[in-house]
Design a binder for this molecule. Structure first.
Ligand code: AMP
Ligand code: MG
Length: 406
C-alpha cells in the first residue's frame, strides 16, 4: 500500500463506500443547503386570481381601442384597488378603477393601463395610449397550476427554492440528512485561537476551523473536537469517538514521521484503512478508511494547503454524495494561462491555487506566486485550482489549462 494512488482511483474508493442518504423532516427555516427528498406540488393556482402587473387603471379594452396622445379617452374613476383589497365594483362602459400592482382585477375590466400613459383630473382619467386586451394582467395559474410539480426530489434548496416553497405554503420539508462530520486537529505544536503561546515553536491551528467552514459550505454538519497532542493514549481516545459521526476527519500526524501516529492508531480504533498516499501535489499523505457500518474516516495532512486540497478533492464530494446532492464535484472548466508555469518534478498531479477572470471575451488563469503547502496565503484572491497533469513539466503562457472552480 506504499505506492501513490491516482486521485481518480482514490475518489472511486471513497464514493463506493458512501451509504445511501437518509431523510429527515425539517422546518423550512432550517432547510437551506439541504437536498429535497420529496416531490412538492402546488397547493393552489399561482397566481390564485387574475391581478394587475402594474400600477395604473383597470379598464375595458373596448373603451381604449382608438385612443392616442391627441385624442385620449376620458373614463370615470369608480374606485381604487390595492393589493390585498377586495371589492365588488364592476367596470362598466366609460369607467375605470385605479389599481395597484398585485390587486385583483375588478369585474368587467380586462386590461390595465400603466399610470405613465394616463393623467388624472377631478375623478376622471385620460388614457392616451391603446393597450391590447389582457395587457399588464397576471393570469390565474400562469405561474403554477394547482397540483403541478413545483420542485422535484434531488433539488438543492437555495434561498430561491425556499421562497418558492413558502409560496405554496410548504412549512416543513423532507430532505436528506446532512452528514455529521467530526473534526480533530492533532499536533504538539498547535495552539487554539486566543490561547497564549509560551514557546516559540508553537503555531496557531488553522486547520480544524478551516475544515469546519469547508464542511459547512459542502453541506455537512461539522462538530469541532479540538486539538489533541501527539500522544498515543490521548489520540487513541479521541479517534475512538469517530463512531458518533458519519464522517470523521483528522488533520496532522498522517505522514511517516516518528510522531505521525494517526494511521497506526486509526487501525487500533477499528478503522479499516483503504488507502494512505495519493499521487497529487500538495496532499500526498491522505489516509482513508471506513469504520462501523458506514462511517468514513479521512486523515488529512497537517500542512494547511494540503489539508484544504485533500478536502476539496475527496471530502467535498463525499459530503455532497452523502447528503444526496446530484452535483458532487467541483466544476472543471478551461482557461487561458497568463504566464509560463514550470515545475521540477512532474511525477504527481498538481493543484495550483489560481485566479480566474474574464478579459476581452476570454477566461484567463493566473497561478498564485507562492505555491508551498504551508502557505495558506496562496488562497488569497484564488478562485480555482489549475491542474498540472502527471508528466507535464511546463505549461506555456497562452496555453489552455484545466481548472477546478473553488
Ligand atoms: P504534520 O502533518 O503533522 O506532519 O504537519 C505538517 C505541518 O503542518 C507542520 O508544519 C505542522 O506544524 C503543520 N500543521 C499541523 N496541523 C496544523 C493545523 N491544525 N493548523 C496549521 N498547521 C498545522
Ligand atoms: Mg504533526
Amino acid at each position: 500500500m506504499s505506492e501513490l494512488l491516482p486521485v481518480e482511483e482514490a475518489l472511486d474508493i471513497v464514493l463506493k463506500h458512501i451509504p445511501p442518504p437518509e431523510t429527515e423532516v425539517l422546518f423550512i427555516g432550517e432547510a437551506t443547503g439541504c437536498i429535497l427528498a420529496e416531490d412538492v406540488y402546488s397547493d393552489t393556482d399561482k397566481p390564485a386570481f387574475d391581478n394587475s402587473a402594474m400600477d395604473g387603471f383597470a379598464v375595458r379594452s373596448e373603451d381604449i381601442k382608438e385612443v392616442s396622445e391627441e385624442s385620449p379617452v376620458k373614463l370615470r374613476i369608480i374606485g381604487e384597488y390595492s393589493a390585498g383589497v377586495e371589492s365588488s365594483i364592476k367596470v362598466e362602459k366609460g369607467t375605470a378603477v385605479k389599481i395597484l400592482t398585485g390587486a385583483p382585477l375588478p369585474a368587467g375590466a380586462d386590461t390595465v393601463v400603466p399610470v405613465e400613459y394616463t393623467s388624472e383630473e377631478e375623478g376622471f382619467v385620460f388614457i392616451k395610449k391603446p393597450f391590447k386586451k389582457g395587457a399588464n394582467i397576471r393570469l390565474k395559474g400562469e405561474d403554477l397550476k394547482k397540483g403541478e410539480l413545483v420542485l422535484s426530489k434531488g433539488t438543492e434548496l437555495r434561498g430561491y427554492e425556499i421562497g418558492l416553497l413558502c409560496g405554496v405554503n410548504k412549512s416543513v420539508v423532507k430532505v436528506y440528512r446532512k452528514p455529521r462530520v467530526g473534526i480533530l486537529s492533532t499536533g504538539d505544536e498547535l495552539l487554539e485561537l486566543g490561547e497564549a503561546s509560551n514557546r516559540i515553536s508553537q503555531i496557531r491551528s488553522s486547520n480544524h476551523h478551516m475544515l469546519r467552514s469547508l464542511t459547512e459550505s459542502a453541506g455537512g454538519n461539522p462538530y469541532l473536537l479540538g486539538i489533541v497532542p501527539d500522544d498515543p493514549t490521548e489520540l487513541l481516545e479521541a479517534l475512538k469517538k469517530c463512531y458518533d459521526y458519519d464522517i470523521f476527519i483528522t488533520t496532522g500526524g498522517v505522514s511517516m514521521g516518528d510522531k505521525d501516529y494517526v494511521r497506526f492508531l486509526a487501525e487500533k480504533a477499528g478503522i479499516e484503512v483503504k488507502f494512505h498516499k495519493l499521487r497529487i501535489k500538495p496532499a500526498k499523505p491522505v489516509l482513508f478508511g471506513t469504520f462501523g457500518k458506514k462511517g468514513l474516516f479521512f486523515g488529512l495532512p497537517g500542512n494547511p494547503v494540503s489539508c484544504a486540497v485533500a478536502f476539496d478533492l475527496l471530502v467535498y464530494p463525499a459530503i455532497r454524495k452523502m447528503q444526496g446532492a446530484q452535483d458532487i464535484f467541483k466544476k472543471k472548466i478551461k482557461a487561458i494561462l497568463t504566464e509560463d508555469y514550470v515545475r521540477r518534478d512532474a511525477k504527481r498531479r498538481e493543484f495550483a491555487r489560481a485566479r480566474l477572470w474574464f478579459e476581452n471575451g476570454s477566461l484567463l488563469c493566473k497561478p498564485a506566486k507562492k505555491q508551498q503547502s504551508h502557505m495558506l496565503s496562496s488562497y488569497v484572491g484564488a478562485n480555482s485550482y489549475m491542474i498540472i497533469y502527471e508528466g507535464v513539466k511546463e505549461l506555456k503562457k497562452g496555453e489552455e489549462v484545466e481548472v477546478l472552480l473553488l
